[in-house]
Design a protein around this ligand. Structure first.
Ligand code: SF4
Length: 637
């Protein structure tokens, strides 16, 4: 397969940041096309600077390339300047590894961390010469496959994709590769339809064309049913149970251009059972599976040696919850103390233990900022969302942080949560004032606190999947009130930073998150009208989405508001009900009712199981330590 680089190269001098399109990163892989049997193009549908650090893509890229007869290359969204030139000069969407045309691969696998990448997918399909609609594709086109968290409701993009895979990709990509390899070795019998059928029969791959959606006269879904006898009624998510068996990426990519994270990352556990009711990631990645302390130590060492990075991020949804996190952080801090390696831990838990960890990680270094996520402004609201943090806990924690020399505390919140009132949000101002007072009481007069707040979006497979999303005008009015309340006391307010995201983009995210197949026409209309990079504030146009929604949805008797600010009833068929995240629907509904009555639920890691359905459905249980193992072979040299 010929490289398109000779056609691309003359265009690069005319675009911004051409370096992002040239590939050749340390640890990138280029394999022989002819001797490869199955060829994957992996896309993170955003710009290189956001897409390159994505762990999911890096993991699959390495796992696939380790197979002797499999080839995987990466492609990212091209900016509009290059898109225009590519159209003018007939240059197709290309991979950055060997600059091969994406349309020539067997599979185009897209990883969607957010729904706002959907329009970028359409650009990539169009530039690749792949028909936008799956029904228009023939055997010469790649299988277009969606993965990532947004794939847990792929219905809004059902017309554009051939398949979606739910959950962890490590084993799934190899199983899919085996199905495609076998089909190709047989001479591709039955063409595209046959290979999609074989994938669907694994029960782990959702092929939308094999399912019909029927609607009621009021616009709600009547049912989703297979339109052929040999595909399953429900599609189940994939879960990689033993993280130690999958220590990827072993050789993280070192970017050529500036990216949002320039560090190696080691995932220390997957899944979360804290039960925050707004958190889709926590719900759909259950059960908790810890990487062993030895596995973490080996991955940190391998990543540092293979990249030259000087920073390691210990990733998970709530890293301080690893059962041996104290041993991990102390062991790594001891091991790398003399090597200018910094360690970071996304820490959202609000307690003194977290400060001890942060102190350990910043040993000898600068103590700049600590981040906490109370999420809800009032204690009542935090009970609704099941984020069990009291204001006293927070003040005690930040006092300890300031007393240990930390200067800056960042607090994350959401606005527009179910049952929220103006008063709930205004309590954020009081909290921020008290944080500054706590710093002053600890003897630091120059402390800072940053309040960061965005609008809440109800997500599928969470207890809030039935909730009404708050209207953007209400959210924006509350955000304005909050700013005024923070600044009402100037002496405190000038030490408080205020960052907010207005409510409008969240309404569109809400449409795409809980939409059904009818929303596909909106996405297409927005893209045809020039919509690109919708996750970027400067490129997002709310008006464009509103107008496209009016045109595409209202003739069908539904609307943007119908999909977003409407509360659903218990028995309404939700667009994703046939996609099984492992969570029991009745349990989710019960948890939604408990949210409305402001009842909290403990973390099942430390308390008895409360029957969310995941573990029995998967024949497993929560996997946590402590194992008592040491950080060998990484004890102090
Ligand atoms: S099944 Fe029980 S133990 Fe497993 S994640 Fe759900 S509540 Fe926790």
């Amino acid at each position: 397969m010929e490289s398109v680089f000779p056609q691309l190269e003359p265009l690069l001098a005319q675009v911004n940041k051409p370096i992002q399109y040239v590939g050749g990163e340390l640890n990138a892989t280029v394999k022989d096309w002819e001797t490869s049997t199955v060829r994957w193009a992996l896309m993170y549908p955003d710009a290189y600077e956001v897409g390159l650090p994505n762990q999911g893509v890096q993991i699959l890229y390495e796992i696939l390339n380790e197979q002797p007869d499999v080839l995987a290359e990466r492609t990212y969204a091209v900016w509009s300047d290059l898109e225009a030139l590519m159209r003018e000069h007939n240059v197709p969407q290309f991979t950055v590894d060997a600059h091969r045309p994406v349309g020539a691969f067997d599979v185009l696998g897209l990883s969607f961390a957010t729904e706002l990448g959907y329009t970028n997918m359409l650009t990539a399909l169009d530039l690749s010469g792949i028909p936008l609609l799956a029904v228009d594709r023939d055997d010469s086109h790649p299988i277009v496959l969606a993965g990532g968290h947004a794939a847990f409701n792929p219905e809004p993009i059902a017309d554009f994709i051939d398949a979606a895979v739910l959950g962890d990709g490590e084993e799934a990509v190899l199983e899919m590769t085996a199905v495609i390899r076998q089909w190709k070795s047989e001479g591709c019998p039955g063409g595209r339809d046959e290979v999609l059928l074989r994938l669907a029969k694994t029960e782990a791959v959702y092929v939308p064309r094999f399912y019909d959606v029927e609607y009621l006269s009021d616009g709600r879904i009547k049912r989703v049913v297979p339109n052929r006898a040999d595909v399953p009624f429900r599609i189940h998510k994939r879960t990689t149970m033993d993280l130690d068996a999958w220590p990827y990426p072993k050789k993280p990519l070192v970017p050529m251009a500036e990216t949002v994270h320039e560090r190696a990352s080691v995932e220390i556990f997957r899944g979360c059972t804290r039960g925050c009711r707004f958190c889709q990631a926590g719900m759909i990645t259950r059960p908790v599976r810890e990487r062993s302390i030895t596995g973490i130590g080996e991955m940190v060492e391998t990543s540092l040696r293979s990249t030259g990075f000087e920073e390691i991020g210990l990733l998970s949804l709530s890293s301080a919850d690893h059962s041996e996190i104290a041993e991990v952080t102390k062991g790594l801090a001891d091991r790398y103390e003399d090597e200018k390696v910094s360690l970071s831990l996304p820490s959202t838990r609000v307690d003194a233990f977290n400060i001890d960890l942060a102190n350990e990680l910043a040993r000898g270094g600068r103590r700049s900022g600590l981040t906490f996520a109370p999420e809800g402004g009032s204690e009542r609201l935090r009970r609704v969302i099941n984020k069990m943090v009291s204001k006293e806990d927070l003040i005690r924690t930040v006092t300890a942080a300031y007393a240990s020399g930390w200067r800056q505390v960042k607090l994350y919140f959401m606005c527009g949560l179910p049952t929220e009132t103006d008063e709930d949000v205004l309590e954020i101002a009081e909290m921020a004032h008290d944080v500054i007072r706590a710093g002053r009481a600890a003897g630091n007069r120059d402390v800072r606190c940053t309040v960061s707040i965005g609008a809440f979006v109800p997500k599928p497979h969470t207890p809030f999947q039935w909730a009404a999303q708050e209207d953007a005008d209400v959210v924006d009015a509350r955000l304005k009130l909050l700013r005024e309340a923070i600044n009402a006391d100037r002496s405190l307010g000038r030490q408080i930073g205020y960052r907010y995201h207005d409510g409008k983009p969240s309404v569109i995210e809400g449409l795409l998150s809980r939409g059904d197949r009818r929303v596909g026409a909106v996405i297409r209309a927005v893209w045809e009208d020039g919509g690109r990079f919708d996750g970027w504030h400067e490129h997002f146009s709310y008006e464009r989405w509103v107008q496209a929604a009016e045109r595409a949805l209202e003739p069908l008797g539904v609307s943007l508001a119908w999909f977003t600010t409407r509360e659903r009833e218990e028995l309404e068929v939700l667009p994703w009900d046939h996609l099984d995240s492992g969570l029991d629907r009745e349990w989710l509904w019960q948890d939604w009712q408990e949210a409305l009555s402001e009842q909290e639920l403990d973390d099942c890691r430390w308390t008895p199981c409360f029957d969310c359905g995941v573990c029995p459905g998967m024949g497993t249980e929560i996997q946590i330590g402590p194992t008592g193992a040491k950080l060998l072979p990484l004890s102090v040299v």
